[in-house]
Design a protein. Structure first.
Length: 442
C-alpha cells in the first residue's frame, strides 16, 4: 500500500433487502464497531446470523455455549447463533499431552523475558493444531449456515476477529511499560518484538486478525458459488486500522497511533482482501478511525486524534447539530477550563516535531520512543485531568459518534465497493453524521 485510499463521497447504493442474510464472523461483545453494521442490517430487514468463539472450561478445553449462554448471546445479537466454537489463535493449542504456547510462557518473568527462548519447532506444531481446529470448525459452521441461506439471496459476511495476546501475567507488566510508561518506566516497543515472546505474539496476531479472514473467504466458497449461480451477491468486510486523516492546521492529514502492535497483522489483513479482489471476490477492509473501547484503553494516547472530529463536524457544515456536540463536550469539562483550551493542547501536540516525525505512512507501523511516550502520555493525562469525571470523557462521546457514522458508510459502500482497502477518515465520518442529523452539507 503506497498511500491511503480514502472514501470521499457518501455511498448511495444498497443491494441488501428483507430476506437477505447478514453473517457476523466473530462474537459480539459489548459496544464496538460491529454494532453499527448490525444496526444497518436490521434496518434493511436482513436475517442476522452469528457465531461464537466458544468458552474455555476449567481445563482450558474449548466448548460450545451452554443453553443459558446461548440465549444471552442471541439476545445480544438479535439473531440466531451457530453454536460451534470458533476461537481463533493457537496460544492454547498443542498436540495431545504436550504444552501449549501459553504453558511455555508461564515461567517468564520481568527479569528473564528478554532472554528467554522458545522452541519454534514446537510452536509451529501448536500453530498447525490451532489452524486445523479452526478450519475444521469453519467447515462445520458453513455446513450449518448453508442450510440457512435460501438460493438467490444476497449475503453480507462481516469479519470482526482481532487480537491474540496470550494470557500470561508477565505481558501485563510489559504492556503497562510499553503503552503507559514514561521516564524510568518507559520500555521501547522494539525490545518486546525482538524477543521470542514478542515474535510469538505477532504470529498469533496474524492468525487471529488476518488469517481468519482468509479462512472465512475460503470456507464459504461453496455458499458463494451457489448464491452467485442463483442470482444473489456475496460481500465480505473486515475492520482494519492503518492511521486516519484528521484535521491538522485546517487540512486533513494522515496520522497514526504509535506503537500499534497489531499493525503488521492489519497489513496482512489488507493483503488478504487484495488477493480476494484480484479473483473477483468483493472483500473490503475498512480502515476505521481511532476510538476508545474497553480493549483500546490500555493504549494511552490512542484517543488524542478523536478531538479533531469536533472541528471536522463544523468544517463539513454540521450547523446547529455540530454546535450541540461542542456544547455537550464542553459540559464534561471542569469549570475554569474550556473546549478551546483542550483543542489548543491537541494542536500543540500535533504540531510538535516529535509527532510530525511519526506521520510517516511508508514507515508504518513505527516503534515508539521515549520522546513520544513523554508527549503522548503526558498530553493524554493533562486532558483527562481537565474533565469533571475521569469516567465521563469527551472521547467517550466522540467514540460513539464515530461508531454511529461508520456503520452506514460501510454497509452502503459494501454494495458497490470501490477498492479492497478503504480509509474512513474524519471528513467522511463528519459528512455522514451531519447527513444523518439533518444538516446541510453544502
Amino acid at each position: 500500500m503506497i498511500a491511503p485510499v480514502p472514501l470521499r463521497d457518501i455511498p448511495q447504493t444498497n443491494i441488501f433487502r428483507k430476506g437477505d442474510v447478514f453473517v457476523l464472523f466473530g462474537e459480539l461483545f459489548g459496544r464496538g464497531y460491529a454494532n453499527g453494521l448490525i444496526n444497518e442490517a436490521r434496518k434493511a430487514g436482513m436475517t442476522i446470523i452469528g457465531i461464537t468463539v466458544g468458552r474455555r472450561d476449567e481445563n482450558n478445553a474449548l466448548r460450545p455455549l451452554t443453553g443459558e449462554e446461548l440465549a444471552v448471546a442471541e439476545s445480544n445479537l438479535g439473531g440466531r447463533i451457530i453454536n460451534v466454537p470458533l476461537m481463533a489463535g493457537f496460544d492454547l493449542d498443542a498436540p495431545a499431552g504436550e504444552p501449549t504456547p501459553t504453558d511455555l510462557l508461564a515461567d517468564m518473568t520481568l527479569k528473564s523475558w528478554q532472554d528467554d527462548k522458545l522452541d519454534w519447532k514446537h510452536i509451529e506444531k501448536c500453530r498447525e493444531v490451532g489452524v486445523k481446529r479452526f478450519k475444521d470448525s469453519v467447515a462445520k459452521v458453513m455446513a450449518e449456515l448453508d442450510g440457512m441461506i435460501p438460493d438467490g439471496r444476497n449475503v453480507f459476511f462481516a469479519h470482526t476477529m482481532a487480537g491474540g495476546i496470550p494470557k500470561v501475567k508477565v505481558f501485563l507488566a510489559i504492556a503497562n511499560r510499553i503503552y503507559k510508561g514514561r521516564g524510568e518506566r518507559f520500555l521501547p516497543s522494539r525490545s518486546l518484538f525482538d524477543s521470542d515472546l514478542g515474535k510469538l505474539i505477532l504470529m498469533n496476531f496474524d492468525e487471529v486478525t488476518a488469517n481468519t479472514f482468509q479462512y472465512l473467504i475460503d470456507g464459504s466458497a461453496a455458499i458463494r458459488a451457489r448464491i452467485e449461480k442463483t442470482g444473489g451477491q456475496v460481500r465480505y468486510t473486515a475492520y482494519g486500522y492503518h492511521g486516519t486523516e484528521i484535521l491538522i492546521n485546517s487540512n486533513y492529514e494522515w496520522q497514526t497511533y504509535t506503537n500499534y502492535s497489531q499493525g503488521p497483522a492489519k497489513m496482512r489483513l489488507e493483503r488478504v482482501a487484495e488477493a480476494a479482489w484480484a479473483k473477483g471476490i468483493k472483500a473490503t477492509v475498512y480502515n476505521c478511525p481511532e476510538i476508545r473501547t474497553n480493549s483500546s484503553d490500555i493504549f494511552v494516547g490512542v484517543e488524542l486524534s478523536l478531538f479533531a472530529l469536533l472541528k471536522a463536524l463544523k468544517k463539513e457544515n454540521g450547523g446547529a447539530w455540530a454546535e450541540a456536540q461542542w456544547q455537550a463536550c464542553s459540559a464534561l469539562l471542569q469549570e475554569g477550563t474550556s473546549l478551546e483550551k483542550l483543542l489548543q493542547k491537541i494542536d500543540d501536540y500535533n504540531g510538535s516535531s516529535v509527532m510530525k516525525g511519526f506521520r510517516n505512512f511508508a514507515a508504518w507501523p513505527m516503534d515508539n520512543s521515549a520522546a513520544l511516550a513523554e508527549i503522548m502520555i503526558g498530553t493524554s493525562e493533562e486532558i483527562t485531568q481537565m474533565h469533571k469525571d475521569r469516567k465521563e470523557l469527551v472521547t467517550g462521546l466522540l467514540s460513539s459518534l464515530v461508531l454511529e457514522g461508520t456503520g452506514p458508510l460501510m454497509f452502503h459502500e459494501t454494495s458497490r465497493p470501490a477498492a479492497p482497502v478503504l480509509w474512513l477518515n474524519h471528513d467522511i465520518i463528519a459528512k455522514q453524521l451531519n447527513l444523518m442529523h439533518g444538516q446541510d452539507r453544502g
